[in-house]
Design a protein around this ligand. Structure first.
Ligand SMILES: Cc1cc2nc3c(=O)[nH]c(=O)nc-3n(C[C@H](O)[C@H](O)[C@H](O)COP(=O)(O)OP(=O)(O)OC[C@H]3O[C@@H](n4cnc5c(N)ncnc54)[C@H](O)[C@@H]3O)c2cc1C
Length: 402
């Protein structure tokens, strides 16, 4: 007699939840996906149209394999669906040789034999006019396999694959709380109207709610939020006016992260073909805590200041003038690493969160690792370093596997 498929509720259908739903449904799980908005959207951590993909993972060398698996899954998705997920190829990490950006990228490249090229500043200035002001002594780690991803296409593609594989996905549904019950979980949800709501029972719950995770975790994994130093911050996602577009096309300025001498990191990419040549996406890694009322507010002048001071100096064609921008919320953890895996002995409640502002490129691999862990009991992807149980005393566990 064949066993009934495992029933899984996935909370959140943004970058990570969409891929969890897809990879679970592909493995025959009975998947219900819920989201309070209608992804893709700009209210969570995935706003702003584009994201950098790279396998030179300075944040943790184990992530190289997760990024590679994402790339493999996305190439398959693009072939099947005709969607264009990679909008430009190639990417660069620049800065002082001993700074975290360049040294971390070189470490990941050395450990995994990645096909990167390390360029001296003079060569960078010649080959990439967008970085014409890169100071002597700085280096660039150039990765031809890096890319600029189209956020909407990636999320829409994953949701489409999930639906095609049988997942039932509902939007406009907010999960208010969840509890563990004998042999499973119960999720309480509400919709838009006063009488719109109910409960769903399942075998397993996956929390992939981005900045919504921290509100749902305390009932399910007491102490984890505190132990992990889990907190929501906001980073400005900014677009600046261009005075002189020379050197600011995407071929001259492929997607990049550039550490400056003051330790701040600028990120962005040149103008894509067909896009408005007078606007470029450029930002500074500068996060501030979410206000105590939890409201994500429009950017204030002080939020713009770090990028308006630095971008025109680093990129002379850029004006100190913001065109449009938004505060982009995301979650940080004490050690700067993701939190992926079951949070209980029964492996009924899983979390995929704590993205630390570098998780988009790993979305498909994370979806795969969580789905394998739930359906097969282990994963071949090396996500053990991101297990919730690294935060001692929370009773949480690793996915099991690499
Ligand atoms: C400014 C900035 C730049 C970045 N740049 C890069 C980059 O270049 N490359 C890279 O790899 N990563 C980057 N990142 C990180 C990346 O964007 C995130 O890691 C990724 O988007 C996280 O996706 P998520 O699924 O966790 O969150 P989200 O996409 O926000 O999805 C969470 C979903 O959960 C839903 N939800 C929340 N609460 C509930 C609830 N109670 N009930 C139902 N649904 C709920 C939300 O509506 C949302 O759709 C950047 C992040 C920021 C902030």
């Amino acid at each position: 007699m064949s066993r009934a498929p495992v029933r899984v509720v996935v909370v959140g259908l943004g970058a990570w939840g969409a891929h969890v739903a897809w990879r679970l449904a592909r493995r025959g799980a009975d998947v219900v996906g819920l989201d309070r908005h209608a992804p893709p959207h700009g209210f969570g951590s995935s706003g702003g149209a584009t994201r950098m993909f790279r396998t030179a993972c300075l944040e943790h060398p184990d992530l190289v394999e997760v990024a590679r698996r994402s790339d493999e899954l996305w190439r398959g998705l693009a072939d099947r669906s005709g969607r264009r997920l990679r909008v430009s190829d190639g990417g660069m990490l620049l800065g002082p040789p001993d700074g975290p950006v360049v040294s971390g990228a070189r470490l990941a490249a050395r450990l995994h034999g990645l096909p990167v090229e390390v360029l001296e500043a003079a060569d960078v200035r010649r080959r990439y006019p967008g970085h014409a002001t890169l100071p002597d002594g700085h280096l660039a780690v150039v990765e031809p396999e890096a890319a600029l991803l189209d956020v909407d296409q990636v999320i829409r593609g994953a949701l489409e694959q999930a639906r095609d594989a049988g997942a039932r996905l509902r939007t406009g549904v907010t999960v208010r709380r969840a509890e563990r019950r004998a042999g499973g979980v119960r999720v309480e949800w509400s919709g838009h109207g006063p009488d719109d709501g109910g409960t769903i029972d399942a075998d397993v719950l996956v929390l992939a709610a981005g900045v919504g995770n921290a509100g749902l975790l305390p009932d399910l994994a007491p102490g984890l939020v505190q132990a992990a130093g889990w907190r929501t911050v906001v980073m400005p996602m900014t677009f600046l006016r261009v005075d002189d577009p020379a050197g600011l096309g995407v071929d001259d300025l492929p997607v990049f992260m550039r550490e400056l001498d003051d330790g701040r990191v600028l990120w962005g990419h040149g103008v894509l073909p067909g896009a408005d040549p007078t606007v470029v996406k450029l930002g500074v890694e500068a996060a501030t805590p979410l206000p105590p009322d939890g409201e994500v507010r429009p950017l204030a002048p002080q939020d713009w200041a770090p990028v308006l001071e630095r971008a025109p100096v680093a990129f002379p064609g850029v004006r100190a003038e913001g065109v449009t921008g938004a505060a982009c919320p995301y979650d940080r953890t004490r050690d700067g690493q993701f939190v992926i895996g079951p949070v209980d002995d029964g492996r009924q409640v899983w979390v995929a969160g704590g993205c630390n502002a570098h998780g988009f490129k790993h979305s498909a691999g994370i979806g795969e690792a969580v789905a394998e862990g739930i359906v097969e009991g282990r994963t071949s992807l090396p996500v053990g370093a991101f297990a919730p149980d690294r935060f001692a005393g929370t009773g949480a566990h690793a996915v099991v596997g690499g």
